[in-house]
Design a binder for this molecule. Structure first.
Ligand SMILES: [Fe+2]
Length: 391
C-alpha cells in the first residue's frame, strides 16, 4: 500500500540552465551549434565595441566556414532599448533568419533575448514585462558573453530600457534561458579596467543576493558560495593583471556560477533599486550595484544573520568571537574596501541624484520583481531610506 504523505509544495525548487560550453577558444565552435538547430540564416546581434574588439569577426568566420548565412545587427545601446529590440525583430523577419546568435556583454545578449520574444509572439516587448508571461517558444538562441558579470547567457532574465518612461523593466521566464552558452574567457581580455570592475562587482552582487534570497536552496547555494570565493579572491588581481588568462578564467567561472545561482534563486533589493536607477540615469548596471550594495547588505543583515555570517566567512573574515552587529560591520567594511580596490569611490550624489529623485526611484524599485525575493520585506519607505543613505 502506498502511504499518503503530505507535501509542502513551497519547499520545491527548480533549476534551469542552458547547455554550457566553458573554455578558452570555445567561441570558434559556434557554427557547430548553429548547425544542430538547422540554421539557414543567423541574426548575429552585437554592438560596435564588440565589433571593434574583433569578436564578431571570429563568429562570422566560424559561420562562413560551415556555409551558414548571417546578418549582422549591431544597433544596440549600452542599456538596450525597446526600439532596438523591435527593430531587431523586424530585421530578423525581413532577413528570413531562423537562429539568433549574440556576442557581447549583457546589452547585446538581452537585446537578442528580446528579439527572440518579439519574433515568436509578434507583439511589443513591453507586453511581456513581469514573470512567466511568455506563451510561444523563442527561436534557437546561442549566447557568447564577452564580459564576466551579467550572466545574461545563463539566466532567465531580460532587462530592457524604456527610455520614454525613464525606467527599465524585466522579463523573467525560463523560456529566455538560451539553448547554448559558449563561455570563452579569452573574450574578456579586451575589457578595460572600468568594465572589468563594473561586471565583476555585478557578478559578486548576484552571488550575495542569490545566497540570501528567499528563493535560495541547496541547488543554488554551492554555486553562489563558489562564485563569491572566486570573485572575492581574484577580482583585484585580475584588474591589476589584465592579460593573465588564468585570472580571467577564474572570474569568468565565478560569474557563470553566480549566474546559475541568481537565475534560479532570483535576486533582491540591490538589483530592484539598481534597475530603477539605471533606467533613470542610463548608467552602467554594475556601477549602480556598486553604489548600493553595502547599504542594502546593512539593511538586510538582520533578516538572514546566519547566511550573512557564511558570506563574511567566505570573504575570509574571521568571525570567531564576533557578535552579529560586529560581523555586519566587518562585512560592510569589506565590501567598501573591495570596491575601492577595484576603483569605485562613487555615491549617488556624484551622479547627480538628489533627494527629490528618491520617491520616483523607490516607486519603480518596488515594482521590480527582484524586490519580492529580498530577504527583508521592504516598504517603499525602507527603499527610500536606503537610497538616501547611498546619496
Ligand atoms: Fe546584475
Amino acid at each position: 500500500m502506498v502511504r499518503q504523505m503530505s507535501h509542502d509544495l513551497s519547499q520545491l525548487r527548480k533549476f534551469v540552465s542552458p547547455e554550457i560550453i566553458f573554455g578558452a577558444g570555445c567561441r570558434h565552435s559556434v557554427a557547430n551549434y548553429a548547425k544542430t538547430f538547422g540554421a539557414r540564416k543567423v541574426l548575429l546581434v552585437s554592438d560596435p565595441g564588440v565589433v571593434a574588439a574583433g569578436w564578431v569577426a571570429d563568429i562570422e568566420r566560424s559561420l562562413s566556414e560551415q556555409g551558414i548565412d548571417f546578418h549582422r545587427y549591431t544597433n544596440v545601446s549600452p542599456n538596450p532599448r525597446v526600439e532596438e529590440v523591435m527593430l531587431g525583430a523586424e530585421v530578423y523577419r525581413s532577413q528570413g533568419c531562423n537562429v539568433i546568435v549574440a556576442v557581447g556583454g549583457g546589452s547585446p545578449m538581452d537585446c537578442a533575448k528580446g528579439i527572440g520574444i518579439v519574433a515568436a509572439h509578434g507583439r511589443s516587448i513591453l507586453e511581456f514585462e513581469g514573470v512567466d508571461k511568455l506563451r510561444v517558444p523563442s527561436p534557437p538562441l546561442i549566447l557568447i558573453p564577452t564580459t564576466a558579470g551579467t550572466s545574461a547567457d545563463v539566466s532567465q532574465f531580460v532587462i530592457i530600457s524604456n527610455q520614454a518612461e525613464r525606467m527599465k523593466f524585466s522579463v523573467v521566464s525560463k523560456a529566455v534561458v538560451p539553448d547554448v552558452s559558449l563561455i570563452d574567457p579569452e573574450t574578456t581580455l579586451t575589457m578595460d579596467p572600468f568594465l572589468s570592475a563594473c561586471t565583476g562587482i555585478d557578478a559578486l552582487v548576484h552571488a550575495i543576493e542569490a545566497f540570501v534570497s528567499t528563493g535560495n536552496g541547496p541547488l543554488t547555494d554551492p554555486h553562489a558560495l563558489e562564485a563569491m570565493r572566486l570573485i572575492n579572491g581574484n577580482l583585484v588581481q585580475m584588474i591589476a593583471n589584465p592579460n593573465d588568462i588564468a585570472l580571467r578564467e577564474k572570474i569568468m567561472l565565478g560569474s557563470m556560477q553566480a549566474g546559475l545561482a541568481f537565475s534560479n534563486a532570483i535576486l533582491g533589493a540591490v538589483h530592484a533599486m539598481s534597475h530603477s536607477l539605471g533606467g533613470f540615469l542610463d548608467l552602467p548596471h554594475g556601477l549602480c550595484n556598486a553604489v548600493l550594495v553595502e547599504h542594502v547588505v546593512a539593511f538586510n543583515y538582520s533578516a538572514a544573520p546566519e547566511r550573512f555570517k557564511v558570506i563574511a566567512e567566505t570573504f575570509g573574515i574571521d568571525c570567531r568571537g564576533l557578535n552579529h552587529a560586529q560581523i555586519r560591520q566587518r562585512l560592510v567594511e569589506h565590501l567598501i574596501e573591495l570596491k575601492r580596490a577595484v576603483g569605485f569611490h562613487e555615491s549617488l550624489g556624484l551622479h547627480g541624484v538628489g533627494s527629490s529623485d528618491i520617491p520616483f526611484l523607490s516607486r519603480h524599485a518596488m515594482q521590480d520583481p527582484c524586490i519580492l525575493t529580498n530577504p527583508r520585506e521592504s516598504s517603499q519607505r525602507d527603499v527610500e531610506v536606503v537610497y538616501g543613505e547611498a546619496l
